[in-house]
Design a protein around this ligand. Structure first.
Ligand SMILES: C[S@@+](CC[C@H](N)C(=O)[O-])C[C@H]1O[C@@H](n2cnc3c(N)ncnc32)[C@H](O)[C@@H]1O
Length: 275
């Protein structure tokens, strides 16, 4: 039989209902081609001929295949020092204020961390700011729903051209250059690697396992894929997971003001918990 890798409207509707239910990701009609192209590799790996067969396979092997399905659909674009004014704000305002409070514990959460560039940038920002004297009890938790990106994040090996905008001083201090038949790479050093805890977490789940509150939550370029209702629920959760003077940072193209009044604006897409 000749493979038919065209996704019908019917299969698209059934598959997008599943990704919405499982991950909160809302795919409009224009995203049909995107879904098709992202799932083709999965069809090939499973030696399936068309999307109807894939849908049936997914339903019949739901608990196992769900993970691969989600991994295929998520958008994972990210970068080191992305939307850099957030890291500048950390250095100029959040960390100096933290120091004045003379607290020991600094807890930061990168929610929707993708392949790790965001939490590793947070770690570099901390090491640079504290000049080797990072608070003894600091934590950078980095979570994502996608197990594949988490594997890459834990590995911490990045193609050199992906780091071309990173200050050479940081490359020297926090990475080790390596090359193989696959090309030039920089691997994060142990200091950076040991500073970040990567965990799988679906932001949609009712309860999160974290017991203590956070000083800063980065949730950047994640809520853009959710609908209003999901965003509202998530902001309520973030409100309860932040310390009283805590910060929520969202992506530059995202908006919070029309959805919740539980945060006040402190800078460009930088919000503070209202108590
Ligand atoms: C575009 S990346 C953003 C990465 C990084 N925060 C940044 O701004 O560069 C969005 C990430 O959100 C994750 N994501 C999507 N839905 C999620 C969910 N329900 N729970 C947890 N993570 C989710 C995706 O897997 C993806 O890695």
């Amino acid at each position: 039989m000749i493979n038919n890798y065209n996704l019908s409207d019917n299969d698209f509707n059934k598959l997008r209902d599943i990704i919405y239910k499982e991950a909160g990701i809302k795919l409009g009609d224009v995203k049909k081609i995107l879904m098709q192209s992202r799932l083709i590799k999965r069809l090939r790996d499973l030696k399936l001929d068309n999307f109807t067969e894939y849908y049936e396979y997914l339903i019949n092997n739901y608990e196992d295949e769900k993970i691969n399905f989600i991994n295929s659909i998520t958008t994972n674009k990210t970068d080191f020092f992305r939307e850099n004014d957030h890291f500048e704000y950390m250095k100029s305002k959040i960390l100096p204020d933290f120091e004045k409070k003379k607290e020991k514990e600094l807890r930061i959460w990168s929610a929707g961390c993708s392949t790790g560039e965001e939490p590793y940038t947070i770690a570099i920002t901390l090491f640079e700011y504290f000049n080797g004297k990072v608070p003894p009890e600091f934590l950078i938790l980095a979570t994502d729903i996608d197990t594949q990106v988490l594997d890459k994040a834990r590995d911490g090996n990045y193609a050199a051209d992906h780091l071309s905008d990173v200050d050479p001083k940081y490359l020297k201090n926090y990475f080790t250059y390596n090359n193989s038949h696959k090309g030039d790479f920089y691997r994060v050093n142990d200091q950076l690697k040991n500073a970040v805890y990567f965990r799988r977490l679906n932001l949609l789940q009712d309860e999160y396992p974290m017991k203590k509150k956070f000083d800063i939550i980065f949730c950047r370029n994640v809520i853009i894929y959710f609908d209003r209702e999901t965003q509202k629920k998530l902001f309520e959760k973030y409100h309860s997971y932040l310390k009283d003077d805590g910060y929520l940072l969202i992506g530059h193209s995202e908006n919070i003001t029309s959805i919740t009044d539980r945060f006040s604006l402190a800078g460009r897409t930088i919000y503070r918990k209202v108590v």
